[in-house]
Design a protein around this ligand. Structure first.
Ligand SMILES: [Zn+2]
Length: 451
């Protein structure tokens, strides 16, 4: 049977705020600068009054604080702004001193209600920062502290250090590549378990120190980019763990060299064109006749190499028809680029081989790199020798490159999103929230809106 009960202002106000434990004093519409807002005057119930805003302990009253305060709640019907207004006296907590008292509708230090902050945090998992700030009518920078407060509440949610068996340690840049974060991921869940500012032994040591000896012992495999600081620190804390190298790091070493070769070839071709045109008379005004402008081979090379970066660096299976044609042309005419390209593809293919064939394939690859007469590749084959065991282990233990790359791209996207945050801790909180496998609910819809 359907039950109907008359709506009172109080019951409606409680529903709007999403908190039952409060006393509504009055509700009024306020007009300012042509915009209407709903202001709900409230006070905490006796049970919630005089509690420390930080620890929640019942304390004695200290003073009236800054008088009346306002918290913004979620808009009604996307247009009417809603505010809660209440006294905000300070209490004296034996541990925290004079602190603004706790309120059941907002987190300590927040200017928005809990349901507003939860909504913003939920949106940050799904939407762009522009959409969020436009919809909620707040600047993106204010979302940072909200994300951080929600993150802190959910941080104990999934025992992130429990059951770590295979982990990946990586450095990732922010602030346009000027600063670095160390990121630890769980390979088996594809989630971020730890993030800290900076890189190096001392930073990574802090991660291992947060683990219990049992948690450290459960780690069987660690992957990374082969950096010395990662290997050393892992060796100290998890001496029994097998070390792997994420395949995309190895391939990116080749890609960097390939791109450098491409630039060299392009500059060389341009230099030749400049030389050829030196002796020639200067062109008059107007367009040259078509037939007289037959291109020299150097000019053709410049054009060919100019737009070849993408087809050379992309995986060939993902190329469009026109890019594939472009690639074929480059490989046909530019021998040095073709050599560099085949070395890159050759190394990439090794990660698809059965484990028992990897070592001999790597040795063969090293001989090819050695005889390529491209100095950077000669150098790289030495590096491959140093990391031989780790590469073999990577294939043996089947570290999925696709998954590692997917997590990495998600982190990069999150960093770009949190770039507007002035505070690094807020950025770190956003990474945990978006990439840490946390479950965030939309207020009032706990069941059907699992993030
Ligand atoms: Zn306290």
């Amino acid at each position: 049977m359907r039950e109907e009960s008359p709506v009172t202002i109080t019951s409606l106000a409680k529903r709007i705020v999403g908190v039952n434990r409060l006393a509504v004093e009055k509700v009024e519409i306020e007009e300012s600068e042509g915009e209407n807002s709903l202001v709900i005057h409230v006070r905490a119930t006796k049970r919630d009054r005089c509690r420390c805003g930080i620890c929640g302990k019942k304390c004695g009253r200290y003073d009236t604080g800054n008088g009346r305060r306002r918290w913004r709640s979620l808009d009604i019907g996307n247009s009417l702004r809603v505010y809660l207004e209440s006294d905000s006296p300070r209490v004296w907590c034996p541990k925290h001193g004079a602190v603004v008292q706790m309120v059941p509708w907002a987190r300590h230090g927040a200017k928005h209600t809990k349901n507003f902050e939860d909504t913003a945090a939920w949106m940050s998992l799904h939407l762009s920062r522009k959409t969020i700030s436009e919809y909620l009518r707040i600047s993106w920078d204010t979302v940072g502290p909200m994300v951080r407060r929600v993150e802190q509440e959910t941080s104990g949610q999934n025992g992130r250090f429990d059951g770590l068996v295979r982990i990946g340690i990586d450095e990732t840049s922010y602030k346009k590549g000027h600063k670095y974060l160390t990121v630890v991921i769980n390979h088996d869940t594809g989630t971020v378990v730890w993030v800290a500012k900076g890189i190096g032994n001392e930073v990574l040591e802090r991660f291992f120190q947060e683990l219990t000896p049992g948690q450290r012992n459960s780690i069987e495999l660690v992957s990374g980019d082969g950096a010395k600081w990662i290997r050393e620190t892992v060796g100290n804390y998890c001496p029994k763990a097998t070390f792997c190298i994420d395949p995309f790091h190895v391939v990116s070493w080749c890609e960097d060299i390939l791109d450098a070769v491409r630039k060299q070839e392009w500059n060389e071709a341009r230099r030749k064109v400049a030389e050829e045109s030196k002796g020639k008379p200067k062109r008059g005004k107007g367009r040259p006749k078509k037939d007289t402008a037959a291109k020299t081979s150097a000019q053709k090379a410049v054009e060919r190499i100019k737009h070849s970066r993408y087809p050379l660096l992309m995986n060939p299976e993902n190329l469009s028809e026109s890019y594939r044609a472009k690639l074929q042309e480059v490989l046909l005419y530019d021998r040095r680029l073709a050599t560099a390209y085949r070395l890159k593809e050759g190394l990439r293919a090794i990660f698809q081989l059965p484990p028992e064939e990897v070592r001999s394939a790597l040795e063969k690859w090293r001989r090819r790199a050695w005889s390529s007469r491209i100095p950077d590749f000669v150098e790289l084959q030495r590096k491959i020798k140093r990391h031989m065991d780790a590469i073999v282990a990577t294939v043996t233990h089947q570290i999925s490159n696709a998954r590692v790359e997917a997590v990495n791209n998600k982190i990069k996207l999150t960093i770009r999103m949190g770039y507007g945050f002035r505070n690094l801790d807020n950025l770190v909180a956003l990474i945990y929230l978006r990439c840490g496998g946390r479950v965030i609910y939309l207020p009032g819809r706990r069941i059907d809106s699992v993030a």
